[in-house]
Design a binder for this molecule. Structure first.
Ligand SMILES: CSC[C@H]1O[C@H](OP(=O)(O)O)[C@H](O)[C@@H]1O
Length: 349
């Protein structure tokens, strides 16, 4: 294992005065941070994928609420709650699928409700945001151990998109399990889907694993079927953006197909996500809003059109995997094996 400190990969930081984001659109070629001092700037950064990944989006939104509270106090004094609303709405409108965004904003609103109108809300909001940040990292390490325990030694795994330090407050969810399983000698090699159109796999997951000296081999999504048919992986390990009460799980587009392939080939399928990703109000996957992104993301590569002129594109950013195709949902509060038929709300008790 390298001595590389993967904790140094920080998608989201608080500088003491600003929200600092690692601009993930530029990785792996360039490591550039942006310091934001307005919640509406942060909403734009979420929408434009400067920061992405469900838990990381939630942590960024929590710090953005701190910025909104600071501006509202300066602008409106005791009327700061009303003055915060436009910024909080802009954050809520930034991306629809990752429920961690709405969970974090809801937590910050609960804190707001308990504060006096006559006092600057920033210190209390900052303490709440830092609590969300620290809890995410701690939960990821717990999930790493719980998920790794499900992987017998001698297995290799396949992952999709990026559910690592770059998608969280640190260590990662799916990549947290992979980091822990590798450290325990359970896995020797990771296969990663490149994950079009944003290439989170080839740009972000591969970058994280190379930094950790974890052997990683990239593949086009279309090659995953042959990989499983050849018996080269024992588990598919992925993150999640929203888990419905019955265990149906929304994750990066392509995840559902991997789950069908995994079940067909007798490969385990593991979802790793904090309980802040569970949406108890969504009875099943049909209630999960799926973000539709611009067709240019499919029609272009590196900003240049590669598709035939005249062709359009369908670009759902996520799809839903039925609980029946999931072998384990790993959270910081425990594991639900075979969630189909039993759901996941027991994890919220
Ligand atoms: C740790 S879960 C990250 C989750 O978010 C990704 O989507 P996006 O990159 O569009 O934010 C993908 O679904 C990952 O599994």
């Amino acid at each position: 294992m390298s001595t590389y400190d993967h904790d140094s990969i920080r998608a989201v930081q608080w500088t003491g005065t600003h929200l600092r984001l690692l601009d993930q659109r530029l990785l792996p070629q360039r490591c550039v941070h942006v310091d934001l001092d307005s919640a509406t700037e942060a909403a734009g950064a979420i929408r434009n994928m400067v920061v992405r990944g469900a838990p990381a989006i939630g942590v960024a939104a929590a710090y953005a609420a701190v910025l909104a509270g600071r501006a509202a106090w300066r602008e409106a004094g005791p009327d700061w709650r009303r003055a915060m609303e436009p910024a909080l709405q802009a954050l809520a409108d930034s991306r629809p699928t990752a429920v961690n965004l709405f969970w974090a904003l809801g937590h910050m609103r609960q804190v707001m409700d308990g504060l006096p109108a006559e006092a600057d809300p920033e210190p209390a909001l900052l303490a709440a945001a830092q609590g969300i940040h620290e809890a995410d990292v701690a939960g990821n390490r717990r999930m790493g151990d719980l998920g790794a325990a499900l992987i017998p030694p001698g297995q290799d795994v396949l992952t999709h998109c990026n559910a690592g330090s770059l998608a969280t407050a640190g260590y990662g969810t799916a990549l947290g399990v992979i980091r822990s399983a590798f450290a325990q000698g359970r896995i020797g090699h990771v296969y990663a889907d490149e994950t079009r159109p944003w290439l989170q796999g080839s740009r972000l997951t591969a970058w994280e694993l190379v930094q950790d000296d974890i052997p990683v081999t990239l593949l086009c999504e279309g090659a995953a079927a042959g990989l499983m048919r050849q018996g080269r992986v024992g588990w598919v390990v992925v993150g999640a953006d929203r888990i419905a009460a019955n265990g149906d799980t929304a994750n990066k587009v392509g995840t559902y197909g991997l789950a069908v392939l995994a079940r067909h080939h007798g490969v385990g399928f593991m979802v790793v996500a904090p309980t802040s990703t569970i949406d108890a109000d969504a009875a099943n996957g049909s209630a999960i809003p799926i973000e539709q992104r611009g067709e240019e993301e499919v029609l272009e590569l590196a900003g240049q059109r590669v598709a035939a002129e005249g062709a359009g594109a369908w670009n759902p950013a996520f799809d839903v995997t039925p609980a029946e195709l999931i072998d384990a949902i790993v959270t910081e509060k425990g594991v639900v094996e075979h969630p189909g038929g039993r759901g996941v709300t027991s994890l919220l008790d």
